[in-house]
Design a protein around this ligand. Structure first.
Ligand code: ADP
Ligand code: MG
Length: 354
Protein backbone atom coordinates (compact mmCIF):
# COMPACT_ATOMS: atom_id res chain seq x y z
CA UNK A 1 0.00 0.00 0.00
CA UNK A 2 1.31 3.45 -0.88
CA UNK A 3 -1.03 5.10 1.59
CA UNK A 4 -2.80 3.70 4.62
CA UNK A 5 -5.00 5.90 6.75
CA UNK A 6 -6.43 4.09 9.78
CA UNK A 7 -8.92 5.50 12.28
CA UNK A 8 -7.84 9.08 11.72
CA UNK A 9 -9.78 11.69 13.66
CA UNK A 10 -9.40 15.44 13.63
CA UNK A 11 -11.39 18.19 15.31
CA UNK A 12 -11.02 21.95 15.29
CA UNK A 13 -11.86 22.96 18.83
CA UNK A 14 -15.12 21.23 19.69
CA UNK A 15 -16.08 20.57 16.06
CA UNK A 16 -15.22 17.06 14.87
CA UNK A 17 -14.30 17.04 11.18
CA UNK A 18 -12.76 13.62 10.64
CA UNK A 19 -14.45 10.96 12.77
CA UNK A 20 -12.38 7.87 12.01
CA UNK A 21 -11.17 7.80 8.40
CA UNK A 22 -10.00 4.45 6.99
CA UNK A 23 -8.48 4.49 3.52
CA UNK A 24 -5.92 2.25 1.85
CA UNK A 25 -4.52 3.04 -1.58
CA UNK A 26 -2.32 0.73 -3.64
CA UNK A 27 0.64 1.80 -5.70
CA UNK A 28 -0.37 3.45 -8.99
CA UNK A 29 -4.03 3.88 -8.03
CA UNK A 30 -5.92 7.11 -8.53
CA UNK A 31 -8.53 7.48 -5.78
CA UNK A 32 -11.05 10.30 -5.60
CA UNK A 33 -12.38 11.37 -2.20
CA UNK A 34 -15.89 12.68 -2.80
CA UNK A 35 -17.78 14.82 -0.33
CA UNK A 36 -19.73 18.07 -0.14
CA UNK A 37 -18.11 21.35 0.80
CA UNK A 38 -17.15 21.39 4.48
CA UNK A 39 -17.00 17.60 4.80
CA UNK A 40 -13.32 17.59 5.71
CA UNK A 41 -11.65 16.78 2.38
CA UNK A 42 -8.98 19.47 2.64
CA UNK A 43 -8.41 18.57 6.29
CA UNK A 44 -7.81 14.94 5.31
CA UNK A 45 -5.29 15.90 2.62
CA UNK A 46 -3.49 18.24 5.02
CA UNK A 47 -3.22 15.44 7.58
CA UNK A 48 -1.83 13.06 4.93
CA UNK A 49 0.60 15.71 3.67
CA UNK A 50 1.76 16.53 7.19
CA UNK A 51 0.46 20.11 7.49
CA UNK A 52 -1.85 19.01 10.29
CA UNK A 53 -1.44 16.32 12.90
CA UNK A 54 -4.23 13.80 13.42
CA UNK A 55 -5.84 13.74 16.88
CA UNK A 56 -5.86 9.93 16.76
CA UNK A 57 -5.21 7.17 14.25
CA UNK A 58 -2.31 6.30 11.98
CA UNK A 59 -1.09 7.55 8.61
CA UNK A 60 1.38 5.36 6.75
CA UNK A 61 3.10 6.43 3.53
CA UNK A 62 4.89 3.65 1.65
CA UNK A 63 4.58 1.45 4.72
CA UNK A 64 6.24 3.94 7.06
CA UNK A 65 4.22 5.46 9.91
CA UNK A 66 4.41 9.23 9.43
CA UNK A 67 1.71 10.16 11.94
CA UNK A 68 0.67 8.14 14.97
CA UNK A 69 0.69 8.53 18.73
CA UNK A 70 4.51 8.34 18.84
CA UNK A 71 5.56 9.75 15.45
CA UNK A 72 5.11 12.88 13.43
CA UNK A 73 7.19 13.18 10.28
CA UNK A 74 7.06 16.79 9.02
CA UNK A 75 5.64 17.52 5.58
CA UNK A 76 8.96 18.21 3.87
CA UNK A 77 10.26 14.76 4.81
CA UNK A 78 7.20 12.80 3.65
CA UNK A 79 8.04 13.08 -0.04
CA UNK A 80 4.39 13.65 -0.85
CA UNK A 81 3.37 15.98 -3.68
CA UNK A 82 0.64 18.43 -2.77
CA UNK A 83 -1.44 20.54 -5.14
CA UNK A 84 -3.47 22.90 -2.96
CA UNK A 85 -7.02 23.99 -3.65
CA UNK A 86 -6.43 27.18 -5.65
CA UNK A 87 -4.45 30.34 -6.14
CA UNK A 88 -1.37 28.57 -4.92
CA UNK A 89 1.16 29.90 -7.46
CA UNK A 90 3.66 32.56 -6.41
CA UNK A 91 2.64 35.60 -8.48
CA UNK A 92 6.12 37.15 -8.53
CA UNK A 93 7.82 33.98 -9.83
CA UNK A 94 7.81 32.78 -13.42
CA UNK A 95 6.15 29.51 -14.39
CA UNK A 96 9.52 27.73 -14.44
CA UNK A 97 10.48 29.19 -11.05
CA UNK A 98 7.14 28.13 -9.59
CA UNK A 99 7.63 24.57 -10.82
CA UNK A 100 11.22 24.42 -9.56
CA UNK A 101 10.43 26.00 -6.19
CA UNK A 102 10.85 22.86 -4.09
CA UNK A 103 13.90 21.57 -5.96
CA UNK A 104 17.55 21.93 -5.06
CA UNK A 105 19.65 24.41 -7.07
CA UNK A 106 21.31 21.55 -8.88
CA UNK A 107 17.97 19.97 -9.82
CA UNK A 108 16.71 23.33 -11.05
CA UNK A 109 19.70 23.68 -13.38
CA UNK A 110 19.04 20.28 -14.96
CA UNK A 111 16.22 19.37 -17.32
CA UNK A 112 13.69 18.52 -14.60
CA UNK A 113 11.65 21.73 -14.87
CA UNK A 114 11.56 21.60 -18.69
CA UNK A 115 10.54 17.93 -18.56
CA UNK A 116 7.70 18.72 -16.16
CA UNK A 117 6.45 21.61 -18.27
CA UNK A 118 6.45 19.34 -21.31
CA UNK A 119 4.57 16.71 -19.31
CA UNK A 120 1.74 19.14 -18.55
CA UNK A 121 1.75 20.60 -22.07
CA UNK A 122 3.31 23.97 -21.24
CA UNK A 123 6.77 23.51 -22.76
CA UNK A 124 6.95 27.05 -24.18
CA UNK A 125 5.53 29.01 -21.28
CA UNK A 126 8.28 28.73 -18.66
CA UNK A 127 9.12 32.45 -18.77
CA UNK A 128 5.60 33.69 -18.28
CA UNK A 129 4.12 34.86 -14.99
CA UNK A 130 0.98 33.29 -13.51
CA UNK A 131 -1.22 36.29 -14.37
CA UNK A 132 -0.31 35.76 -18.03
CA UNK A 133 -1.87 32.30 -18.02
CA UNK A 134 -5.44 31.05 -18.28
CA UNK A 135 -7.03 29.31 -15.29
CA UNK A 136 -6.44 25.91 -16.88
CA UNK A 137 -2.80 26.70 -17.57
CA UNK A 138 -2.32 27.84 -13.97
CA UNK A 139 -3.70 24.53 -12.74
CA UNK A 140 -1.27 22.68 -14.99
CA UNK A 141 1.60 24.65 -13.46
CA UNK A 142 0.37 23.79 -9.97
CA UNK A 143 0.23 20.13 -10.97
CA UNK A 144 3.76 20.26 -12.41
CA UNK A 145 4.98 21.81 -9.16
CA UNK A 146 3.25 19.07 -7.14
CA UNK A 147 5.06 16.46 -9.23
CA UNK A 148 8.43 18.24 -9.20
CA UNK A 149 9.91 16.33 -6.27
CA UNK A 150 9.02 13.12 -8.14
CA UNK A 151 6.64 11.95 -5.40
CA UNK A 152 5.22 8.46 -5.46
CA UNK A 153 2.15 9.89 -3.77
CA UNK A 154 0.50 13.08 -4.97
CA UNK A 155 -2.47 14.81 -3.33
CA UNK A 156 -4.73 17.07 -5.38
CA UNK A 157 -7.27 19.35 -3.73
CA UNK A 158 -10.20 20.10 -6.09
CA UNK A 159 -7.82 20.77 -8.98
CA UNK A 160 -10.56 21.77 -11.42
CA UNK A 161 -13.04 23.64 -9.23
CA UNK A 162 -12.07 27.10 -10.48
CA UNK A 163 -12.39 26.13 -14.16
CA UNK A 164 -15.41 26.33 -16.42
CA UNK A 165 -17.12 23.12 -17.45
CA UNK A 166 -15.65 22.69 -20.95
CA UNK A 167 -12.10 23.25 -19.80
CA UNK A 168 -12.62 20.93 -16.88
CA UNK A 169 -13.36 17.87 -18.99
CA UNK A 170 -10.31 18.47 -21.19
CA UNK A 171 -7.96 19.04 -18.26
CA UNK A 172 -9.37 16.03 -16.40
CA UNK A 173 -8.21 13.64 -19.12
CA UNK A 174 -4.82 15.35 -19.23
CA UNK A 175 -4.31 15.19 -15.49
CA UNK A 176 -5.12 11.51 -15.48
CA UNK A 177 -2.55 10.90 -18.20
CA UNK A 178 0.08 13.01 -16.44
CA UNK A 179 -0.39 11.15 -13.15
CA UNK A 180 -0.14 7.80 -14.95
CA UNK A 181 2.92 8.86 -16.96
CA UNK A 182 4.58 10.05 -13.76
CA UNK A 183 3.87 6.61 -12.25
CA UNK A 184 2.38 8.29 -9.19
CA UNK A 185 -0.30 7.18 -6.78
CA UNK A 186 -2.87 9.94 -6.41
CA UNK A 187 -5.57 11.07 -4.02
CA UNK A 188 -7.82 13.69 -5.55
CA UNK A 189 -10.53 15.33 -3.50
CA UNK A 190 -13.60 16.81 -5.13
CA UNK A 191 -17.23 17.68 -4.48
CA UNK A 192 -18.02 16.89 -8.14
CA UNK A 193 -19.45 13.42 -8.59
CA UNK A 194 -18.92 13.24 -12.38
CA UNK A 195 -15.33 14.23 -11.88
CA UNK A 196 -14.78 11.54 -9.27
CA UNK A 197 -16.45 8.82 -11.32
CA UNK A 198 -14.74 9.68 -14.60
CA UNK A 199 -11.26 10.20 -13.24
CA UNK A 200 -10.65 7.71 -10.48
CA UNK A 201 -9.98 3.98 -10.27
CA UNK A 202 -11.87 4.05 -6.97
CA UNK A 203 -14.07 6.62 -5.29
CA UNK A 204 -14.13 7.07 -1.51
CA UNK A 205 -17.34 8.74 -0.36
CA UNK A 206 -17.13 10.84 2.83
CA UNK A 207 -20.18 10.84 5.07
CA UNK A 208 -20.21 12.29 8.57
CA UNK A 209 -16.43 12.30 8.83
CA UNK A 210 -15.99 8.69 7.72
CA UNK A 211 -15.49 6.88 4.43
CA UNK A 212 -18.93 5.37 3.84
CA UNK A 213 -17.71 3.32 0.89
CA UNK A 214 -14.55 3.14 -1.21
CA UNK A 215 -15.06 1.23 -4.43
CA UNK A 216 -14.82 1.31 -8.21
CA UNK A 217 -17.46 3.46 -9.92
CA UNK A 218 -19.11 0.27 -11.23
CA UNK A 219 -19.40 -1.24 -7.75
CA UNK A 220 -20.67 2.01 -6.22
CA UNK A 221 -23.53 1.77 -8.70
CA UNK A 222 -24.07 -1.98 -8.50
CA UNK A 223 -23.44 -2.60 -4.79
CA UNK A 224 -23.98 0.63 -2.85
CA UNK A 225 -23.35 0.23 0.87
CA UNK A 226 -26.41 2.21 1.96
CA UNK A 227 -29.70 3.44 0.44
CA UNK A 228 -28.29 6.94 0.67
CA UNK A 229 -25.32 5.97 -1.54
CA UNK A 230 -27.64 4.13 -3.93
CA UNK A 231 -29.57 7.38 -4.42
CA UNK A 232 -26.39 9.37 -4.88
CA UNK A 233 -25.13 7.18 -7.73
CA UNK A 234 -28.22 6.73 -9.87
CA UNK A 235 -31.98 6.47 -10.01
CA UNK A 236 -33.59 4.11 -7.54
CA UNK A 237 -36.70 2.21 -6.61
CA UNK A 238 -36.57 1.42 -2.90
CA UNK A 239 -38.93 -1.30 -1.68
CA UNK A 240 -39.46 -3.11 1.56
CA UNK A 241 -38.85 -6.82 1.58
CA UNK A 242 -37.88 -9.90 3.50
CA UNK A 243 -34.57 -11.72 3.16
CA UNK A 244 -34.17 -15.45 3.60
CA UNK A 245 -31.75 -18.06 2.27
CA UNK A 246 -30.01 -15.74 -0.18
CA UNK A 247 -33.28 -14.53 -1.66
CA UNK A 248 -35.38 -11.44 -1.19
CA UNK A 249 -39.16 -11.25 -1.43
CA UNK A 250 -40.90 -7.98 -2.33
CA UNK A 251 -44.28 -6.95 -3.75
CA UNK A 252 -42.69 -7.45 -7.17
CA UNK A 253 -41.73 -11.08 -6.60
CA UNK A 254 -38.91 -13.26 -5.38
CA UNK A 255 -35.39 -12.11 -6.27
CA UNK A 256 -31.84 -13.33 -5.92
CA UNK A 257 -29.81 -11.24 -3.43
CA UNK A 258 -26.73 -9.56 -4.96
CA UNK A 259 -24.73 -10.18 -1.78
CA UNK A 260 -25.03 -12.41 1.29
CA UNK A 261 -27.63 -11.13 3.70
CA UNK A 262 -28.94 -12.19 7.06
CA UNK A 263 -32.59 -13.14 7.29
CA UNK A 264 -35.09 -10.46 8.25
CA UNK A 265 -36.71 -7.23 7.13
CA UNK A 266 -34.74 -5.45 4.43
CA UNK A 267 -34.80 -2.36 2.26
CA UNK A 268 -34.40 -3.35 -1.37
CA UNK A 269 -32.85 -1.52 -4.31
CA UNK A 270 -34.27 -2.10 -7.76
CA UNK A 271 -32.62 0.06 -10.42
CA UNK A 272 -35.07 1.32 -13.09
CA UNK A 273 -33.32 -0.73 -15.81
CA UNK A 274 -34.05 -3.88 -13.76
CA UNK A 275 -37.79 -3.37 -14.02
CA UNK A 276 -39.30 -5.32 -16.91
CA UNK A 277 -42.59 -3.94 -18.18
CA UNK A 278 -44.97 -6.28 -20.01
CA UNK A 279 -43.97 -9.79 -20.96
CA UNK A 280 -45.38 -12.84 -19.24
CA UNK A 281 -47.78 -11.98 -16.46
CA UNK A 282 -45.82 -12.34 -13.24
CA UNK A 283 -46.84 -12.02 -9.65
CA UNK A 284 -47.22 -8.25 -10.02
CA UNK A 285 -49.26 -5.95 -12.18
CA UNK A 286 -49.16 -2.17 -12.43
CA UNK A 287 -50.94 0.74 -14.02
CA UNK A 288 -48.92 2.96 -16.39
CA UNK A 289 -48.97 6.54 -15.10
CA UNK A 290 -46.91 8.10 -17.88
CA UNK A 291 -44.06 7.46 -20.30
CA UNK A 292 -41.13 9.48 -21.62
CA UNK A 293 -39.56 8.39 -24.90
CA UNK A 294 -35.84 9.08 -25.46
CA UNK A 295 -35.15 7.04 -28.59
CA UNK A 296 -32.45 4.77 -27.17
CA UNK A 297 -34.61 4.14 -24.13
CA UNK A 298 -37.78 5.23 -22.41
CA UNK A 299 -38.84 5.91 -18.85
CA UNK A 300 -42.13 4.45 -17.65
CA UNK A 301 -43.74 5.52 -14.39
CA UNK A 302 -45.90 2.85 -12.82
CA UNK A 303 -48.31 2.35 -9.93
CA UNK A 304 -48.12 -1.26 -8.77
CA UNK A 305 -51.39 -2.85 -7.72
CA UNK A 306 -49.91 -4.53 -4.66
CA UNK A 307 -51.20 -2.75 -1.56
CA UNK A 308 -48.55 -0.55 0.03
CA UNK A 309 -46.13 -0.76 -2.92
CA UNK A 310 -44.54 2.59 -3.79
CA UNK A 311 -44.58 4.09 -7.28
CA UNK A 312 -42.12 2.47 -9.62
CA UNK A 313 -39.72 3.83 -12.22
CA UNK A 314 -38.77 1.61 -15.16
CA UNK A 315 -36.16 2.29 -17.82
CA UNK A 316 -36.91 0.34 -20.99
CA UNK A 317 -34.04 -0.11 -23.46
CA UNK A 318 -34.79 -0.14 -27.23
CA UNK A 319 -38.51 0.47 -26.76
CA UNK A 320 -40.41 -0.75 -29.82
CA UNK A 321 -43.89 -0.52 -28.39
CA UNK A 322 -44.40 1.54 -25.28
CA UNK A 323 -47.38 0.89 -23.06
CA UNK A 324 -49.80 3.79 -22.92
CA UNK A 325 -51.07 5.80 -20.00
CA UNK A 326 -53.68 3.88 -18.04
CA UNK A 327 -52.67 0.49 -19.47
CA UNK A 328 -52.41 -2.45 -17.10
CA UNK A 329 -49.08 -4.26 -17.49
CA UNK A 330 -47.17 -7.09 -15.88
CA UNK A 331 -44.10 -6.01 -13.94
CA UNK A 332 -41.11 -8.11 -12.99
CA UNK A 333 -37.56 -7.58 -11.84
CA UNK A 334 -34.55 -8.94 -13.67
CA UNK A 335 -31.21 -9.74 -12.06
CA UNK A 336 -30.11 -9.88 -8.43
CA UNK A 337 -31.13 -7.07 -6.08
CA UNK A 338 -29.17 -5.20 -3.43
CA UNK A 339 -30.76 -5.17 0.01
CA UNK A 340 -29.88 -3.75 3.42
CA UNK A 341 -31.11 -4.87 6.83
CA UNK A 342 -33.91 -2.58 7.91
CA UNK A 343 -33.79 -1.13 11.37
CA UNK A 344 -37.10 -1.37 13.17
CA UNK A 345 -39.07 1.75 12.27
CA UNK A 346 -39.52 4.00 15.24
CA UNK A 347 -43.12 4.19 16.37
CA UNK A 348 -44.18 1.25 14.20
CA UNK A 349 -45.72 -1.64 16.09
CA UNK A 350 -43.16 -4.35 16.73
CA UNK A 351 -43.80 -8.04 17.13
CA UNK A 352 -42.71 -8.89 20.65
CA UNK A 353 -41.94 -12.31 22.04
CA UNK A 354 -44.82 -13.35 24.27
N1 ADP B 1 -8.05 25.75 10.51
C1 ADP B 1 -9.34 25.55 10.81
N2 ADP B 1 -9.86 25.98 11.99
C2 ADP B 1 -11.15 25.76 12.31
N3 ADP B 1 -12.03 25.13 11.52
C3 ADP B 1 -11.59 24.69 10.34
C4 ADP B 1 -10.24 24.86 9.92
N4 ADP B 1 -10.10 24.30 8.69
C5 ADP B 1 -11.30 23.80 8.37
N5 ADP B 1 -12.19 24.03 9.36
C6 ADP B 1 -13.61 23.57 9.35
O1 ADP B 1 -13.60 22.17 9.20
C7 ADP B 1 -14.63 21.73 8.33
C8 ADP B 1 -14.03 20.97 7.16
O2 ADP B 1 -13.26 21.83 6.38
P1 ADP B 1 -12.50 21.35 5.09
O3 ADP B 1 -11.58 20.26 5.45
O4 ADP B 1 -11.88 22.56 4.48
O5 ADP B 1 -13.69 20.79 4.19
P2 ADP B 1 -13.78 20.61 2.60
O6 ADP B 1 -12.39 20.69 2.05
O7 ADP B 1 -14.42 19.27 2.42
O8 ADP B 1 -14.65 21.71 2.10
C9 ADP B 1 -15.37 22.99 7.92
O9 ADP B 1 -16.50 23.11 8.75
C10 ADP B 1 -14.38 24.09 8.16
O10 ADP B 1 -15.05 25.29 8.46
MG1 MG C 1 -11.56 21.91 0.63
Amino acid sequence: MDLEVTGVTKAYGATPVLAGIDLAIASGEVVAVLGPSGSGKTTLLRVIAGFERADAGVVRVHGEAVDDAATFVPAERRHVGYVPQEGSLFPHLTVAQNVGFGLSRRERRGTRVADLLALVGLADLGRRYPHELSGGQQQRVALARGLAIDPRLVLLDEPFSSLDVGLRAALRADVRRVIRDAGATAVLVTHDQDEALSLADRVAVIRDGRIAQCDTPERLYALPATPDLARQFGEVNLLVGTARDGRVVTALGDHEAAAPLRAGAVEVLVRPEQVIVGGPVGPACAEVLDTEFYGHDAVVRLRPEAPGAPGLLARVANPSRLPVRGERVAVSVQGPVVAWPRDPVEGAPQARPA
